[in-house]
Design a protein around this ligand. Structure first.
Ligand SMILES: *Cc1c(COP(=O)(O)O)cnc(C)c1O
Length: 373
């Protein structure tokens, strides 16, 4: 049996939406389906304004532009995250200051943040790993005290909340990813969630190549032109049409993923080699990982699972250990994030996708029990 790590899922409605977008005869961005998706997300999560983008990376770049960084400004980013959480700010000339993980979870340790703040700090970027919430109350308090922006990288966190509020809707700005690997997908896609009203007008301009095209089409100005910096961040209607079908099915998609997560949880035995995730760390059933006692044991399971045709996977490498940071930063500028390093060595993610059936999960579980004998 071959079990991929992830596999795209479609409800059947995607192709119908794409056909109907084609019939409307306009496939460039900001058309009917783009607006429908934005409206859906604004209503469901009570966000001031949502702008679809071509990826979460683009949404983060748009957020970095909105925060008006100057070269040398500092941005606090977890060590244990995807490149884009840092890269968007690096493009604006910012220096990244890496925050280590908590002892019991890869998320950034909120208690370390204040020790990383200097007079140059501008932004804190919490990343909700696996859709498990960072302590947003603490982070917002720190940001307020030091007058910093908060940009939540909620790429993995759709349908996950902190104190009843959807993740990505608590900081000044937040971002979602609709990449093929995420719970809700458009193949490639993303969204910027704007919670701080003062960013709305400018965000619409920056997304439209620095032009006031949006205001022109709304009829609020009589000609449109180049007024600011920006880029082309708008997805095509084909992507938005696909995405809208997924958003409409969000409850059933989430139910299926939770079923897979719970099936793993019920049927995997406890073992001295690894720990199962706590139920309290379930998040939005974005991923299911085992935490091994050390790197060698993790790699032993990884190899055996892969030999059995199972696409198990490790996850992030600490960003401060990357070739880019090692080449471009002075040694004294690089934080040593030990816990992030351990998570990087000890995490093993199991296949989890929306359409995964019980035979497939059973196969993964039986292999793990076999290796554990
Ligand atoms: C997937 C992911 C991204 C990038 O999303 P894209 O839509 O592929 O650009 C950024 N941050 C985190 C934490 C992610 O998991």
């Amino acid at each position: 049996m071959q079990i991929p790590f992830t596999k795209s899922y479609s409800t059947g409605q995607e192709i119908k939406n794409i056909e109907s977008a084609m019939k409307l005869g306009k496939l460039s961005g900001d058309g009917d389906y783009t607006k429908k998706c934005e409206q859906f997300l604004e209503d469901r999560y009570s966000v001031e304004r949502v702008l679809l983008t071509t990826s979460c990376t683009d949404a983060l770049e748009l957020a970095a532009l909105l925060c008006d960084l100057s070269p040398g400004d500092e941005v606090i980013v977890p060590s244990f995250t995807f490149v884009s959480s840092a890269l968007a700010f690096v493009l604006r000339g910012a220096k990244i200051v890496f925050c280590d993980s908590k002892t019991d979870h890869p998320n950034m340790d909120e208690d370390l943040i204040e020790s990383l703040i200097t007079s140059k700090t501008k932004i804190i970027v919490p990343v909700h790993y696996g859709g498990v919430a960072c302590n947003m109350k603490k982070i917002m308090e720190i940001a307020k005290k030091h007058n910093l922006f908060v940009v939540e990288d909620a790429a993995q966190a759709i349908e996950s909340s902190f104190n009843g509020k959807q993740l990505g809707t608590i900081g000044d700005l937040g971002t979602f990813s609709f990449h093929d690997t995420k719970n809700i997908s458009a193949g490639e896609g993303g969204a910027l969630l704007i919670n701080n009203k003062k960013f709305v007008k400018r965000a619409e301009i920056l997304r439209e190549k620095g032009t006031n095209r949006k205001a022109f089409f709304n009829g609020s100005i009589d000609k449109y032109g180049w007024v600011d910096v920006g880029s082309s961040f708008l997805p095509s209607e084909l992507c938005s049409a696909f995405l809208y079908a997924q958003l409409q099915a969000i409850d059933s998609i989430q139910e299926r993923r939770h079923n897979v997560w719970n099936y793993y949880d019920l049927n995997l035995n406890e073992h001295s080699a690894y720990k199962k995730p706590l139920k309290s760390k379930l998040g939005n059933a974005h991923l299911y990982y085992l935490l091994f006692k050390d790197k060698n044991t993790r790699n032993f399971y990884l190899k055996n699972l892969r030999d059995a045709g199972i696409g198990a996977s490790f996850h992030f490498l600490p960003l401060e250990k990357s070739e880019y940071i090692q080449k471009n930063y002075l040694e004294v500028e690089i934080q040593n994030c030990k816990l992030s390093h351990s998570f990087s060595e000890q995490i093993l993610r199991l296949p989890l996708y929306t359409g995964m059936n019980s035979d497939e999960i059973d196969y993964v579980i039986s292999r793990i029990h076999e290796i554990s004998k």
